[in-house]
Design a protein around this ligand. Sequence first.
Ligand code: PEP
Ligand code: MG
Length: 816
Amino acid sequence: MTAPITLVAPFAGWLGLLDEVPDPVFAEAMMGPGLALDPLDGVLRAPADGHVVSLASTGHSITIELANGAQILMHIGIETVALRGAGFAPAVAVGDTVVAGQPLIAFDLDRVAAGARSLITPIVVASPGFALVDPAPAGPVVAGDRLFAVVGESVAQVVDTGGTAQERVVIVGPGHGIHARPAARIAAALAGLAVELTIRGDIRQANARSPVALLTLDARAGDTLVLRAQGPDASRALGAVSALIAAADPDAHELGQTPAPASSSGPVCASPGLAVGPIARLRIAHGDVPHDGEGFAVEAGKLAAARKAAAARLGDGGIAVAHRALIGDPEMAALAERHLAEGRSAGWAWRAATQEQADGLRATGNPRLIERIADLTDVAGQVLGELGHGGTLGAVPDGAIVVAEDLLPSQFVTLQRAGRIGGICLSAGGPTSHVAILAAAAGIPMLVVAGSGVLGAADGAVAVLDAGAAQIDFSPTADLIATVEARLAEQGARRAVQHRAAMADAHTACGARIEVFANCGSAVDARNAVVAGAEGCGLLRSEFLFLDRTDAPGFDEQRATYQAIADAMQGCPLIVRTLDVGADKPLAYVPMPTEENPALGQRGIRLSLARPELMATQLAALVAVQPVGQVRIMAPMVVDCAELRQLRTQVSAAARDAGIETAIAVGVMVETPAAALLADQLAAEADFLSIGTNDLTQYALAADRGNPATAAMIDALHPAVLRLIAQCGTGAAAHGCPVGICGSAAGDPLAVPLLIGLGVSELSVTANRVAATKALLRTITLAEARDIARAALAADSAADVRALVRARLGDRLQEG
Ligand code: PEP
Ligand code: MG
């Protein structure tokens, strides 16, 4: 045994046994031995010195490798992967060296508690060959208290297969049969037991330690299986495995068929538009795998290390557990070894092994099992990636509709660089995700939370996506395809005309001036906006500029960044929003206290006023931008004039300190019902108002904008939201204060007549919407817009409002 390493509590809480964790994957120690800690504070710290080997992209779990090679997995709460990162703020990255007690992940205790099944946090020794010794007794602990020690076992377990074979007949329990998770559980139950156990079905026989082989049994509820065990632990193994087989299947869903987060009404539009094209199931291509290697020993070592690294990199949740089991599958390893023995390289051998296993699944002819091939392909790719052969996304045909469970922003960018994406349909995802924002900015239609059924769509088959109508048709008729293609061709011709007219100022059909601005997040966006015809930037989300920073950017850095964006705007107005941190916008260098309800907490202007040093540096950098006056400063989440006055005082102080005499415009975002109701007061003192319809809608309708379950409710055309906008328009008009819109409603063609009819004179849209928005404005008179808006205020649902505008604008909507 190696010298023990002591682990300490990563936070204060109540210590208990692992079997108290309400998830069998932990409670049954499938992940390894450990303890469970119910947290009382919201910072997970390193339990010992080591380095970070994996960190879930959602920030809810982390694995630290200690000096002796033991890997310690800490999983904050149960089923917290479903929170998709909300409430978690990692402070470290993979590869970082950490010391005991160092903060690793800050998490919002209340938010996580509200969204997760349990807060109880398993702390497990996740790598084989290590033992947990001398655990602390159950009870309260504070961060830094000793938990247990971990030691390496120098003697590998040897399976003695002596003794008489025993057989047992078992009927498969009710449920989905032996699918991936039961298969993983069965294999895990045999870990550490000295036994060889085979399971025989009607046609095939499988090594019970191999989840893939178990899948090929195609065993369903009610099937009879014969278990044959040999070795000292035969009886124990038979007992454990037959209990697992006979039990009712506890999994509500199949691997790969994880239901998307419930949405109240099916798919949700994340970016409107039409597309017709071949379906491209997102795949990762791994080319250039050498055929021959450097000999068995070298290549086997490489493959073992790659499999270990790939397994460690996996997150948590059902799919990760099953993928880890596939990576550890002894039959796959044996198949790969056969190829290695023939002189093949590690990558070639692994790829061949997974392909052979996939062929086995395909040969069952069972569509349910054939679907699992995708998991094998995924697992193959993960190990190949560790071997340095891969990571490139497969080519997507021109104009394809990409279908995937989810899409990373980096994958989106890679796909887009490689060619034209026609549309995107995600079984999961969220309408406010980064990739949704990217897709909207690129004008690519996109549906999210479309449900796992879409993942079964046949690759290459033509589909029709109407994201605006939240529909995708996987077997469109020839007539529908022809109609949509004709509409797209018309749209293309219309867009070309619109682009030619995009540089001219926008006026309504009756000659009223409406400014069309663009929202920007960088100097590149600003350049694109100007090229697209934007007359200004209606919203620069300043917190997005420094998302990758762990320390606050100083005056020089901020001034240079703002100046570059102002320069890119080529003299057009640039409205910069002061830091909008909190709730859905965490910022690493502004750690937030745990709040009961962060959407109603210390966010936006409240946080800036509470952190005067942050605000002072930002304002000093903003007023320093040349020419003075190009930058207008705007505060988020304002509720009343007191906040505006404090901001104005600080802007004046910053200007005075910089010797600037020119007045700097100070505006207010109207994104709380309070601000809309007090718009007349705010307008009396502000230089401009800008309505943030995203937050205004969430607060007016009490529907979380980041929650897929309420995504369909978030509609700024709801009459309640429109009445707040109307109140804002009236209040601003009384003082001659201009009102803009910087929320995403500005880019919705159906919203355009309503917004201008309610008194809005500036629409800030994504750059790709500038030309169409100007074109649509040119078809509407103000009198008509006011009339439509009046009718909409009396409607009783967002759907009615949409129908009303559609009916009133008719064909003119094609411009939008
Ligand atoms: C809004 O709330 O409408 C807005 C523009 O701000 P954000 O989307 O950044 O919260
Ligand atoms: Mg907002």
